[in-house]
Design a protein around this ligand. Structure first.
Ligand code: NAD
Length: 694
């Protein structure tokens, strides 16, 4: 076959002719993000193929994928021409068929580019999807018009609004992929073109397949519910529905206009901030990740709520687990719990019987730490008690190979003190999972004073392997997340003591966008854990500091939360209802403290809850507990139900008027009173604003 040497069409795309087929290699490492250079290169490549009389063109990605998405760094500013719709128009108007040959991922603008081609071939293992709605905007290069024409309106609503990535076999069933190519992808694409004349076949010329209107209606209702009322979800649905109309050009123009407006709107700015913040949170400046140890077998000591969840997380990631409990009865309970969980997943269709059998076979139970001899990571999740943890860790250290990494899942205890009981405290770090550990995305990776770079890098690598979002913290009571949450909860309780009802505070929090209010959360997780901690801390309590005794009284009355059928709320039919018993307790507490209750409005409640979070975040940044402000945003959105579309508490605060933030902090100081620590809020927010400008 006649082959020309490869030349750059423009930076970002390489061009060569193979016979009469133009091959455009998209080459923009590491993930071929659709940058300006790539768009310009594609436009030039198509023009050149036309000039050279090509009979077909193949678009293919160099390196590990086709195109992982548009380059989000360009999204905060005007997009330089040619824009992606212009590139796709050139492809559609080219006098020859254009084949997209996909591998790795084809996401967002990358998948829209593929949808604009005449044919889509893909290697096994490819994933495709349109993640734009998850980033606060809508697809802007024809995704809302071409996808429904190929897959149907209902399915397009589902795919676009869920921002899901789907595997290639599913995409083929949906009509989005023409052929799965095994073997060399480019050769497969050339063979496809050589097999038979492949006519132009624009998705835009198709009409969406006929569908029952109820199916579309149901998909739209589901998407709106899942989309929590965000405006871009409703817009995406409206645009997809317009694909059933005749005027494709007008629908495309409307899509672009909505895209241009939403990509610069608050939600998209916030979600873009989180996109970059999450990637940054997984890094530590100057840390060489190459020293991370490869983990192939994990020992978990303690098989309670957390130990079981942690074991499930490792098993799901394909890592064999040895689970150690203190006695046979506890071990039996833990193993039975894990088995029941697998059975349930199979019964619900979330896991195949085969996969479940594999996970069962990868799990071993044991009664002594000696069983950890073959593990390269040992993590303890035993009772939250320093002496118990020190003993367990010392036995784990003796049993594990000398290279192995040791971790504790402690929520509050001092990891430096735990390390003092070890021969080599350098191998110890905190891996603070959230409950349920196999579901919650956040993982705090805690760097104790002695923790080695190897252990830290291993923890960060492990987070990635488990599909978790790491946030690095230094040792401090409650690390990043729980420490901030404690300040938030304390402010919520003071709001109640001073006049609000628990349901008013919860409603204000959920109106702000929190998944749940603080009192509903307390009822769900159980009031007894914090009660035990308060009792432990009672001797050190500052007698002059304001103390809200209501949660103690709830516990004394047996109201431990949902698990006892009552907490801050009653649960007559499972749903929370305001409780007259609790209202009476609150009234008595106010009277005892001589408080004339004043009911704050919802906006004041929200601003005070946020002020507590922001003040505590500023304190722990000042102390170096968190690495950077954006890590706080990542922790709160991934572990505490803070609304993602607000970008996290510090991103939110940096966008507020400075005077308003200062007034909120002052009101917070007055409400908390004696013992309040003023965080350097203005300085932290200044730092964020400076970074935003740069
Ligand atoms: P749990 O009481 O449910 O489980 C503790 C388990 O450890 C029990 O099954 C117990 O039998 C076992 N155990 C105790 N001593 C042992 C020993 N010497 N050897 C082996 N096993 C032993 O507690 P949990 O909620 O799973 O919490 C465990 C740890 O995780 C604590 O440090 C806690 O602070 C932390 N944590 C808890 C949560 C949560 O939401 N529950 C979240 C994050 C972290």
């Amino acid at each position: 076959m006649d082959m020309q040497p490869e030349t750059a069409a423009a930076p970002g795309v390489r061009f060569k002719m193979i016979g009469s087929t133009a091959v455009l290699h998209i080459d923009n490492p590491p993930v071929n993000a659709g940058s300006h250079a790539v768009r310009a290169g594609l436009a030039e490549g198509i023009a050149r193929a036309t000039r050279q009389g090509a009979t077909a063109a193949v678009l293919i990605g160099a390196g590990r994928c086709f195109v992982a998405g548009s380059d989000l760094r360009e999204f905060g500013k005007p997009l330089a021409p040619p824009d992606l719709p212009q590139v796709i128009r050139l492809i559609e108007e080219a006098p020859f068929p254009v084949v997209a040959a996909l591998h790795g991922v084809a996401l967002g603008g990358g998948f829209e580019l593929a949808l604009g081609c005449d044919y889509r071939l893909a290697a096994p293992g490819t994933q495709v999807g349109l993640p734009e709605v998850g980033l606060g905007f809508v697809p802007g290069a024809g995704g809302t018009q071409r996808l429904p024409r190929l897959a149907g309106v209902a399915r397009a609503i589902e795919l676009i609004c869920s921002a899901a990535r789907i595997p290639v076999d599913v995409a083929q069933e949906d009509g989005l992929i023409d052929r799965i190519v095994t073997g060399d992808l480019l050769e497969g694409a050339l063979a496809f073109l050589a097999e038979a004349p492949q006519p132009k076949r624009r998705a835009l010329d198709l009409t969406p397949p006929a569908e029952a209107p109820e199916r579309i209606e149901a998909a739209a209702t589901r998407a709106l519910r899942r989309g929590k009322g965000r405006p871009n979800v409703a817009e995406a649905i409206r645009l997809v529905r317009a694909s059933a109309g005749q005027d494709a050009a007008a629908a495309l123009a409307e899509e672009r206009a909505v895209f241009q407006r939403l990509r610069l709107a608050e939600d998209a700015v916030a979600l873009r901030h989180l996109f970059f913040a999450e990637r940054r949170a997984a890094t530590v400046d100057g840390l060489d990740m190459a020293q991370a140890r490869r983990i192939s077998r994990v020992g978990v000591v303690g098989g309670g709520t957390m130990g079981q969840g942690i074991a499930r997380a490792f098993l799901a990631a394909g890592l064999p687990v040895v689970l150690v409990e203190r006695d046979q009865a506890s071990l039996d309970r833990a193993m039975a719990g894990l088995a029941a969980h697998l059975d349930k997943a199979v019964a619900k269709g979330r896991l195949s019987a085969n996969e479940a059998a594999g996970r069962r076979a990868a799990l071993t139970g044991a009664l002594e730490e000696r069983a950890l001899a073959g593990c390269d990571l040992g993590i303890e999740a035993v009772f939250e008690d320093m002496a118990v943890k020190q003993q367990v860790l010392a036995r784990m250290e003796a049993a594990l190979p000398p290279q192995a990494v040791l971790a504790t899942n402690t929520s509050y205890l001092d990891i430096d003190e735990m390390g003092a009981a070890l021969t080599d405290p350098q191998r110890l770090l905190g891996l603070h999972f959230f409950s349920p550990a196999d579901v919650m995305p956040l993982l705090e990776v805690v760097r104790a004073q002695a923790t080695s770079d190897v252990a830290l890098a291993t923890g960060l690598r492990l987070a990635r392997d488990l599909g978790k979002q790491p946030v690095v913290a230094r040792v401090a009571e409650g690390f990043v997340g729980n420490r901030i949450y404690a300040a938030y909860r304390r402010r919520a309780e003071l709001l109640v003591l001073d006049g609000a009802s628990p349901e008013q505070v919860d409603a204000a929090a959920t109106d702000f966008g929190f998944a749940m209010g603080p009192f509903a959360v307390a009822d769900l997780s159980g009031l007894d854990i914090a009660w035990a901690m308060r009792k432990r801390q009672a001797p050190q309590r500052d007698p002059q500091a304001r103390y809200v005794a209501i949660p103690d009284q709830l516990c004394e009355a047996g109201r431990l939360g949902r698990k006892t059928g009552a907490g801050w709320y009653d649960y007559p039919d499972g749903a929370p209802m305001p409780s007259s018993e609790v209202a009476a307790m609150i009234g008595a507490a106010r009277q005892e403290a001589g408080i004339a209750p004043k009911v704050p409005d919802a906006a004041t409640i929200q601003r005070q809850l946020l002020a507590a979070i922001v003040n505590e975040a500023a304190l722990l940044l000042d102390e170096g507990v968190a690495q950077r402000p954006s890590d706080v945003d990542v922790a709160l959105t991934n572990g505490y139900g803070f609304p993602r579309w607000r970008g996290g508490p510090l991103h939110w605060a940096a966008a507020q008027q400075e005077a308003a933030v200062a007034a909120d902090q002052d009101a917070l100081r007055q409400a908390v009173g004696h013992g309040f620590c003023v965080g350097p809020v203005a300085r932290v927010l200044d730092q964020i604003r400076t970074e935003q400008k740069g």
